[in-house]
Design a protein around this ligand. Sequence first.
Ligand code: FAD
Length: 382
Amino acid sequence: MGKTQRIAIVGAGLGGAAAAGLLQQAGFQVDVYEQAPEFSRLGAGIHVGPNVMKVFRRLGIEKPLEAMGSKPDFWFSRDGFTGDYLSRIPLGDFAKREYGAAYVTVHRGDMHLLQMDTLAPGSVHFDKRLETITDSGDDVHLTFADGTEARADIVIGADGINSRIREALLGVEAPNYSGWVAHRALIRGDQLAKYDLTFEDCIKWWTEDRHMMVYFTTGKRDEYYYVTGVPHPAWDFQEAFIDSSREEMFEAFQGYHPTVQALIECTEEVTKWPLRNRNPLPLWSRGRLVLLGDACHPMKPHMAQGAGMAIEDAAMLTRCLSETGLSDYRTAFALYEANRKDRATRVQAVSNANTFLRTQEDPAWVFGYDVYEQPLREGIAA
Ligand code: FAD
């Protein structure tokens, strides 16, 4: 009997966890190597579009996510100064009916935990920071910062915007700083009761060069969250994020609507994140190495679909590997790229441009997409 074929995934973020769950469900042997010492409830809010919920349906976590998250009836866009409505995009029951699943906003960490709970016991290895990766042609050799090593038949780089696997494929290159930062803050729902103002379930306040996106992260509405996009000169981004302050927020959103001022007043802690991206990559795989998610197509987060693209990638890659079998990974990788690149690149471009849903438009091309319903377009093996 031949040896068991193994898949290694580097990175247990939102994309890596989705890939691991789906590949294990499809019967593959998968090990996940994550640099963090343990799981933590990282980040803040996240939108989960119907396109992503359809993948979570396969993983068996659609219903629990729906139960824990907020399900806005609309995405509103409003003028930051006057409060005038710029768009009212129907979600709620409309999304279920028209796009085939709910639109949910939730805490990113809660969603990530649900994803991690789908994984086979013992298959996630924490404290494994990938240092070197060598594709010998026959298999792949990985070494980690703690001095341990592993081997695999193929390796999926789900290691985010600073991906080591991308580096192995295309060389060292820092991501581009976009010129914008995002401020992120969580606000206790009970803080809002003192205002005679309406705090809508999912609302983006816009002016010419900046915005503030606001939504609940729980169905109970006890946690409200905002994330901004604000122009900011470059600084030396050694950390993933730094502290900001209420004062900085008041300054950045001077003249904005009273509802926005109230949110800033309620802010206890706020952090500031550089928004970085990359141009579309010339290749997504070589030999036994393949990329997904932010390792492959990082973007400014303004469409709230970056993780969505990582999770769709995971579903398509699983579909392609199931179709060809692991031994024919070259065909699978070519199929995967051929069936993902156009969509991921389009979303990347629209997200970077920050135009999505600012005015009344039909988002069916994003939310109505079902990765399992796409006829597979042929790819050319590298
Ligand atoms: P990541 O989630 O970055 O995961 C990469 C993982 O790899 C991490 O766990 C990391 O520790 C690990 N890793 C890295 N290097 C190594 C190494 N050398 N060895 C081992 N492990 C390693 N997306 C949405 O869909 N909806 C939203 O509402 C949304 N809002 C956002 C708001 C902001 C402000 C930002 C910045 C992003 C937002 N995104 C959103 C985008 C989303 O967070 C990313 O697109 C998504 O996290 C990408 O998933 P990933 O698995 O590819 O990478």
